[in-house]
Design a protein around this ligand. Sequence first.
Ligand code: PHE
Length: 458
Amino acid sequence: MSNQREQWGSKLGFILAAAGSAVGIGNIWKYPHMAGQNGGAAFTIVYLICILVVGLSIVIAELVIGRKTQLSPVGAFETIAPRSNWKWVGFLGVGSAFVILAFYGVVGGWILKYIVLSLSGGFETLTGNPTEAESIFGAFISSTWSPIIYQVIFMALCIYVIVNGVKNGIEKWSKIMMPLIIGLLVVLAIRGLTLPNGVEGLTFLFKPKFEDLTASSIVLALGHSFFTLSLGMGTMITYGSYLNPKQNLLNSALWVILLDTAIAMLAGVAIFTTVFAMNADPAGGPGLIFFILPSVFPQLIGGTIWGTLFFVLLFMAALTSAISILEVVTAYFIDQKGWSRKKATIQFGSVITIVGIFCSLSYGGGINITAFMGLPFFDFMDHLSSKYMLPIGGMLTAIFVLKKWGVDNFLSELRSGMDNSIISKELIVVLMGIAASVVGFIILNEVLDLAFGIKLIQ
Ligand code: PHE
């Protein structure tokens, strides 16, 4: 183990990197379509409660564990709880990184393809009927080579950033890309708001329709709060491990949550104002950004530019998240196995790319792996991680703080760097307790449903 662990260059650099991890496809692709299909504002309210109660607690827990141990998840749990089974929570995190990045890299490739398509005027011939754009998308993702080539390029960029290290790779690129993401989204949101009828999109997003909210939307909102904040797999433990004791962790956690939520809302505004102005279907589901928007942009003046900007911003958001996932794997091999950064990143970045190729092929491409436990391999990896692995990892992290590490030890690390002690022991116990029990209940509900078809909440 090396004793000169790399550190972030500045406080702001760390916050932008951690927010860069959080802000990703989850904010710009998943959140808007989930809200679109689950009652708009009603879903948003539940999602915000999950973020504030469960998300905030786990972000803080992970950052504190990482900074205390100065190690990535496996080493971190092992250091605080030596000779115990807790290190398996760390391994679960490394495993989740493989599962998530495999399919995330494929989506990263799709986005790259859409930048190229938009730039080359590929959307201009669309008449506004989404079925046309849908068939373009369908034909692309079900072809063999094209999605794989774009996925490999996306993964190569990830590997490039991570090989350059914490300060010169992750931090440098996050500092460039995060302000651009926010700037582009603000421009797109203003553009949407100034379109005729655009404001209706706001009503849809912010006026609750509780009758559309079901128990499964609540489960969805909770699972998504883990995914969107990059929790439950040690990303924040790893990023926290490059911090020094002077950083105020409560403050940092609040910034990450604020930026993540603000960007999801801005994306919602940009997308739904445009969708409503052009009379498209807001409940278009996962296809919202890949076929509703491409058929909407060409109807706007300067549509090619707006379309291209949108996909460029989505690409940057995806990249800053994907690098954080790869960093969890790389840091494990550096910390625990003594490998060089370059060797760890290239070898395991390549392994994940290969697993991702199977995700891509599961949508077609001649190899029949479409039925994997009843799901295409791609969807299986998505469900496995966001419904089970991340919530389980998050719940165990909260239990670890309460039962193994102890709230007093946890608090003394959290207080370092904070000039006040607004956080009391009782508050931590309540927050971690709520986080662990709510998530535990939801996981139980999912497992019972999967195994016996029993639903505790309807
Ligand atoms: N938070 C990212 C997003 O919203 C995804 C992610 C999950 C990143 C887990 C890191 C770890 O897209």
